[in-house]
Design a protein around this ligand. Structure first.
Ligand code: SF4
Ligand code: SF4
Length: 126
């Protein structure tokens, strides 16, 4: 009887999702955020990744006609186990693990970020 009365006067135990969302737990390892503007292309993240989800590369820039090189960082979310090794290894704070989980992927897509460091680009191309 006590339980019935208590349940009559307490609110629902469920949330009105999606209007009310659960807070993420402290230290949750969600999606990986990359900040290319801080990246120095040192390669520590690529070396620290146990699954090969991060790959650094260079490519000829086809948008400009001066044979310059662009610096690229490829990230395969389907290989990532969200261990956080790359975040710890990055000396420049260019990678972050957000608490928010990554959205489910419908297609196997690799994200490619360009590292905007044109000084090095010109040095390598010369
Ligand atoms: S979180 Fe772990 S698995 Fe994912 S890219 Fe970073 S080092 Fe690799
Ligand atoms: S993200 Fe960080 S660790 Fe990876 S190449 Fe850039 S600066 Fe180096």
């Amino acid at each position: 009887m006590g339980v019935v009365l208590r349940n009559l006067f307490t609110g629902p135990v469920t949330r009105r999702y999606p209007f009310e969302r659960r807070q993420y737990f402290d230290g949750s390892r969600g999606k990986l955020l990359f900040h290319p503007e801080y990246c120095e292309f040192c390669g520590e993240c690529e070396r620290a990744c146990p699954t090969g989800a991060i790959e650094l590369d260079t490519a000829w820039d086809t948008r400009r006609q001066d044979y310059s090189i662009v610096w690229l960082r490829r990230y395969d979310p389907f290989k990532c186990i969200f261990c956080g090794n790359c975040v710890e290894a990055c000396p420049y704070g260019a990678i972050e693990l957000a608490e928010e989980p990554a959205a489910p992927g419908y297609r196997k897509e690799i994200s490619v970020d360009e590292i905007p460091n044109w000084q090095w680009t010109e040095w390598v191309a010369s």
